[in-house]
Ligand binder design. Structure first.
Ligand code: ADP
Ligand code: AMP
Length: 246
């Protein structure tokens, strides 16, 4: 699947400096699904703030203890906590050619913080290194509300390899079991109708303003996320090619 969608990508893409790519969209838009294609094509890491937070909750770290109740309600974790977490992650050597941000930034304050952080990281680098921390390309996945509800209630994932399935749209070959490693699939605690409604409300109020933030800076690329997975990926790679990221 990944190989097909990224067939047109430059074969040197796994050595080149790609720079930051942001996947922007509501919960269920397909950010995690599309991030995997980008990881395959470019060999740069996916940084999912939701995944990192869930890992902290599971390990009962100080951050996880602070975030748990907020996440269970469907609200956003405070900006300071999330930005500190992202700052640490961006220092890792695997981010040196670029990285894919999935679920971050989610507020205008986070976006402003990120711009400042990238500027700091750019300073003092050579031309190659500077590109890794250049202003991000932002891919907005646009999906209709009812489709989001269906995707979120049907989402299942593999706790071992992270593959994402959907009982309606991308079912595993054997119901309830990962195709890759046979692990029983799990449903996220916040993928219940009540919490989904809160998460979509938080998106509308706090994250949607980022469309203007990045649009006015001419960094936004819109992709029709209502299409089947592979068609979304093809449109996304086409758009990245147009801005010379492929
Ligand atoms: P996000 O990371 O934006 O919350 P996911 O990538 O986890 O979204 O996708 C949410 C659910 O929708 C998953 O169950 C996934 O399998 C499914 N999905 C993703 N993209 C599509 C698509 N283009 N068409 C149908 N279902 C999709
Ligand atoms: P996600 O996996 O992206 O759907 O995120 C799951 C939950 O983690 C969200 O509902 C928030 O509570 C929290 N979260 C993830 N990313 C952020 C972020 N950038 N800012 C604040 N909270 C976040």
């Amino acid at each position: 699947m990944g190989a097909q969608a990224s067939a047109t990508v430059n074969p040197n893409a796994k050595e080149r400096v790609v720079g930051p790519i942001i996947l922007l969209g509501p919960p269920g838009a397909g950010k995690g699904t599309q991030a995997k294609f980008l990881v395959d094509a470019f060999g740069i890491p996916q940084i999912s703030t939701g995944d990192i937070l869930r890992d902290n909750v599971a390990r009962k770290t100080e951050l996880g203890v602070k975030a748990k109740a907020v996440m269970e309600r469907g609200d956003l974790v405070p900006d300071e906590l999330v930005c500190d977490m992202v700052a640490d992650r961006l220092q890792q050597p695997d981010c040196a050619r670029g990285f894919i941000l999935d679920g971050f930034p989610r507020t205008v304050r986070q976006a402003e913080w990120l711009d400042g952080q990238l500027e700091k990281m750019r300073a003092g680098k050579d031309a190659q290194g500077q590109r890794a921390y250049a202003p991000p390309v932002v891919i907005r996945l646009v999906v209709e509300y009812n489709q989001l509800l269906q995707r979120l209630t049907g989402r299942r994932s593999c706790p071992t390899c992270g593959l994402i399935y959907n009982v309606y749209y991308q079912p595993p070959k054997v119901p309830g079991v990962c195709d890759c490693d046979g692990t029983p699939l799990v449903q996220r605690r916040d993928d219940t109708e009540e919490v989904i409604a809160e998460r979509l409300k938080a998106y509308e109020q706090l994250t949607l303003p980022l469309v203007d933030y990045y649009g006015s800076r001419r960094r936004l690329i819109e992709v029709d996320g209502n299409q089947p997975v592979e068609a979304v990926a093809a449109q996304m790679f086409g758009a990245l090619e147009n801005v010379n990221r492929v």
